[in-house]
Design a protein around this ligand. Sequence first.
Ligand SMILES: [Zn+2]
Length: 371
Amino acid sequence: MSRALVALLLLLPLTLSAQERARNVVLFIADAGGTSVLSAASLHGYGAPRRLFVQRMPHIGLSTTSTATQIVSDSAAGMTAIVTGQKTHNGVIAQSASAVRGTSDGEPLKTLLEYAEERGLSTGIISNDALTGATPASLYAHVNDRAMTAEIFKQVFAPRFGDGPDVMIGAGRPAVTKALAAAGSDLDTVARPSERAVLSSLSDVPSKATRAIVLLESSTFDMTEAIRAAHRMLSKNRKGYFLMVEGDVHTDRVRPGLDRMVMLDKAIEQTAALVGRDTLVLFTADHSFDLRLRGGLLATPLLDGIDEAQELSQTEKRRDVRTPAVRMDNGHTGEEVLVAATGPGAARVRGYMDNTDLFRVMLAAFGWKAE
Ligand SMILES: [Zn+2]
């Protein structure tokens, strides 16, 4: 056998495993986690570049984040593109670009979660932001304005396909309670007709449960514990599951934002070890954020002086925070974000991609065709 042929045969299993079908897909969204946030998180968390797990994943690409009309995206348009394969306007949740935000509906766009529900898979959503926030809502709700919190929550219990999201773990209990009260309703009234309960703690989930809604008071829960609980429930379905995990990493407050990115990255690494070889793990951001590395030395802690600078900008009512190493201007930005993947189907992540391409990457990993 020629050496070239031997080399080819040795490489073949690798190539095939990256192309084969996934039973499960776990999508991680770092909300506002652009590449500069990743660079800063690695320097902040580990004192060196390229130490994050997402920076070491085997398949990477870049994704645009533009909306149907705008260069800079919010979470609603950003997530709608990623999970429906179609672009819409800022503020619009999983409706076509014929929608006018806050005024009139567009066509509902079928989401990856709905594809999975229709095919009998289990589905889950975890977020350390509100479960009715624009990122999670884009998977299960269809509204013309992300601010319609009560309507978004009601749509959890009125699914267009299957029986709706099976597992939901996340923050936002005060906001949802308040929005439902303003609409003359409450959590139990909305949930009871579908025989579901809205739990307030992970420890309330029965050990044999396959479905659960856990709406927490605060965003400071243990993400890894939530992922383990979701995995325990979702992986009981032999057909497979789709799980989306959102970590809010907006760095308007630089230190806590970067701390959250380091924590999310650890959760992704632990998840990749937990889920097994039949699972595509995909990481990206819905849009970038205006955090820049402007100077500094690798040997010096990245965030030296940041707490004082953050306080000063608050006192002076400025949007920006500046130290010799870091400059933060409080806003989303329009440049490409990292896409990183491991597991079956991960090889489709490569080069410059569009945010709508990620929908097709996940659909193809499951072996499904877009309608
Ligand atoms: Zn966002």
